[in-house]
Each structure stands twice: as C-alpha cells, then as structure tokens.
Design a protein around this ligand. Structure first.
Ligand SMILES: Cc1cc2nc3c(=O)[nH]c(=O)nc-3n(C[C@H](O)[C@H](O)[C@H](O)COP(=O)(O)OP(=O)(O)OC[C@H]3O[C@@H](n4cnc5c(N)ncnc54)[C@H](O)[C@@H]3O)c2cc1C
Length: 322
C-alpha cells in the first residue's frame, strides 16, 4: 500500500501544479503512514527532477521513452498503471488539469479504483474528501467506495511546502506498442510567452467586455507589463475572439489564486468569480458602482477604465523611476 504521484511537465520543465501534487501526495502518505513514489514520463531538462525533491519526492521513477515527450491518453495511462501495479500503489494522485482529467478515469478503471476528481482537501476523520461545486458556492464530501483511489487535485487549491530532502531517480522501462499511441503529434507550435503562465502567475491584470474591443487591450498590457503581471480575461471576451482562450478565467476557464487580481471592465458574474475569488487581493475598476464585482473587491475604483488604467500605469512607472 503506497502512494504514487504522477507529475506532468511542459517541454521538459515542471510547473507549479507538479509541486502541488507532490506536496498533497506527501500529506496523504503521512496521514496513512505510506511511502510515496513519483512518476515522470518523457524527456526532461537537466536538474528538473531534483526540483521535485524539494517538495518531498524521494523515489522517482523516470520512463525516458522519447515517445512519451507528448501525452497520448493510452500511452500515459498504461505507463502510470504499469508502474503503480509494480510498486503496489493503492492511491494514485494527479493534477486535475487537462492531462489529469483525460487519463484519470482510464487509470481508475485499470486499477479498479474509486475516482475522486477535482478534490481540494485530504481525507477528514470520516475518510471524506472535499471538492467545491456550483462555482465555489458549495462543497461536497466524497467518500470513496473502494480501497484503491485515483485522486485528481484541483490546481491552486493547496499551498506548496518545501522540505529538506534528497531524491533518487530510477530509470524504468515500460512495454508500449504502437497501438498505445492512438494518435500522432505532427507539430507543436510554441506560444511566444514572455510572461509567467496564468495558472502560475502571482500578479494578474484581467479585463472584460467593458474594454469594448480587442484594439483597446494595449492599456491592459501596459499595466500588466508595468507591474510584471500576466493578462487574463472574462469568458465572453475569449468567446468573441478578442483574447485567446487560455486567458479565460472562471467556472469554465482557469481557476487561479494570485496575490493580486486586477479586474477591469468585468461585471463580476458568479461564473467569473468562481475562478478568481481565491485571489489574496482583488482590485476592481468598473464605471458602474452597482457592478457585483465590488462586493468581492478588497479595493474598488468607480470610473472609466480608459481614463483610470493609463493613469495607474503612469503612477506605477513613476514609482519605479521609469
Ligand atoms: C454555464 C456558464 C459558464 C460561464 N463561465 C464563465 C467563466 O468561466 N468566466 C467568465 O468570465 N464568465 C463565464 N460565464 C459568463 C458570465 O455569466 C458573464 O456573462 C461574464 O463573466 C460577463 O463578462 P464581462 O463581465 O466581461 O461582460 P459584461 O457582463 O458585459 O460586463 C462588462 C462590465 O464592464 C463595465 N464597463 C463597461 N464599460 C466600462 C468602462 N469604460 N470602464 C469600466 N468599466 C466598464 C460594465 O459596467 C460591466 O460591469 C459563464 C456563463 C454561464 C452561463
């Protein structure tokens, strides 16, 4: 009986979600006095595996098969399941991101396990796990029916913890056939990103339909650049095509937990708040004093974004001596 943690990487480097699942897996293992094993698949940048050690990964099993550099559901679920069975894992933990969501159910079937998806807590005294529902307005307690568990952890739901630890890496081979790769990745186009990806960002400047059109996003980018923030948007803005979909936050978009979330020309509908209401400090700029977002705000500015945002940017630059 042990805990197996799968961490995915982006082009060979780990992101915050990897450190979250290891921290979480360590908490689960400690509660049940179990060992943890971490699985990584595909080619990694040098020094990356050592980073996992800081969060508690002791034993890391690395399947360096180049075909696993990109995820296909069958190959990933087979590799993880094979390793889980070989080390007698009864609990498998993944991030509830696009990879975890697509392979979690297949792994649960293969392991004859209860699937607990999108949870945000370890089990309580009654062995219940918790996940939020209805856009964060309520939470449900889940009690698994089987002794084997597959848990997908909601990104940004726990705080990562570093510890003193050393990591040992074992190269592992898994038999994979052509049929385990159900499709072939022909090309991956890297996005030009000169900022921190939204799920990892500590400072976020976000805008909505109040900006009137994509041509007006310059003032949002200027403010974001001035404070070193990542940009986000409301769903309609992404749906109309003013901004890319990876910037959309909320119930149907990304859940984020930055230190600072500046919401400009966004009404603050419940579906939007669901993705951002865990931000440490929320600043709202909206010309409508009745906008619902003000109820969730730590600081609010009532006024026209086109007047306020450039002034705010100027003030930041002046403060920085630029
Ligand atoms: C099932 C479902 C899921 C959804 N999921 C999401 C989700 O994940 N994320 C999400 O964001 N939405 C989601 N929505 C949509 C959500 O309900 C709202 O419609 C959406 O968030 C509104 O976007 P908005 O605030 O940008 O636009 P609007 O509602 O049009 O609000 C624009 C705001 O800008 C203000 N404004 C206008 N001009 C200015 C100005 N010059 N200066 C300052 N302020 C100005 C207005 O006062 C207004 O408050 C979902 C809806 C459904 C039904």
């Amino acid at each position: 009986m042990s805990v197996l943690i799968f961490v995915d990487h982006h082009n060979g480097t780990f992101k915050k979600n990897a450190f979250e699942v290891i921290t979480y897996g360590r908490q689960i293992a400690q509660k049940n006095a179990q060992e943890i094993t971490v699985v990584v698949l595909g080619k990694l940048e040098s020094g990356e595996i050592e980073k996992l050690g800081k969060y508690g990964a002791g034993k890391v099993k690395h399947v360096s098969d180049e075909r696993l550099n990109t995820m296909t559901p069958k190959s990933y679920s087979k590799a993880i399941t094979t390793i889980a069975k070989s080390c007698g894992a009864s609990t498998i933990i993944l991030s509830n991101n696009s990879i975890g969501k697509s392979i979690g159910p297949a792994i649960a079937v293969a392991m004859d396990a209860s699937l607990l998806s999108g949870v945000s807590t370890t089990q309580d005294a009654d062995a219940h796990f918790t996940k939020t529902v209805y856009s964060g307005k309520a939470s449900v307690a889940l009690k698994p029916m089987k002794s084997n568990l597959v848990i997908t952890l909601n990104p940004n739901s726990i705080i990562t913890e570093e510890i003193e630890n050393t990591v040992s890496v074992e190269d592992v081979k898994v038999e994979l056939s052509a049929t385990d790769f159900d499709y072939k990745i022909v090309e991956i186009k890297a996005e030009s990103m000169d900022h921190i990806p939204l799920p990892d960002a500590d400072l976020v400047v976000s805008a909505g339909r109040g900006l009137k059109g994509p041509e007006n996003w310059g003032i949002i980018e200027d403010l974001a650049n001035a404070i070193g923030a990542t940009t986000a948007c409301s769903r309609p803005v992404a749906d109309i095509g003013w901004r890319p979909h990876h910037e959309h936050v909320g119930q149907t978009g990304l859940t984020i937990k930055p230190s600072l979330y500046i919401a400009i020309g966004i009404s603050g509908a419940i579906q939007h708040l669901a993705g951002v209401n865990q931000s440490k400090c929320i600043v709202v700029i909206n010309k409508d004093p009745e906008a619902p977002f003000f109820k969730a705000a730590d600081y609010g500015i009532v006024g026209d974004a086109f007047e306020i945002v450039p002034k705010l940017t100027q003030a930041v630059l002046k403060l920085k001596g630029k």
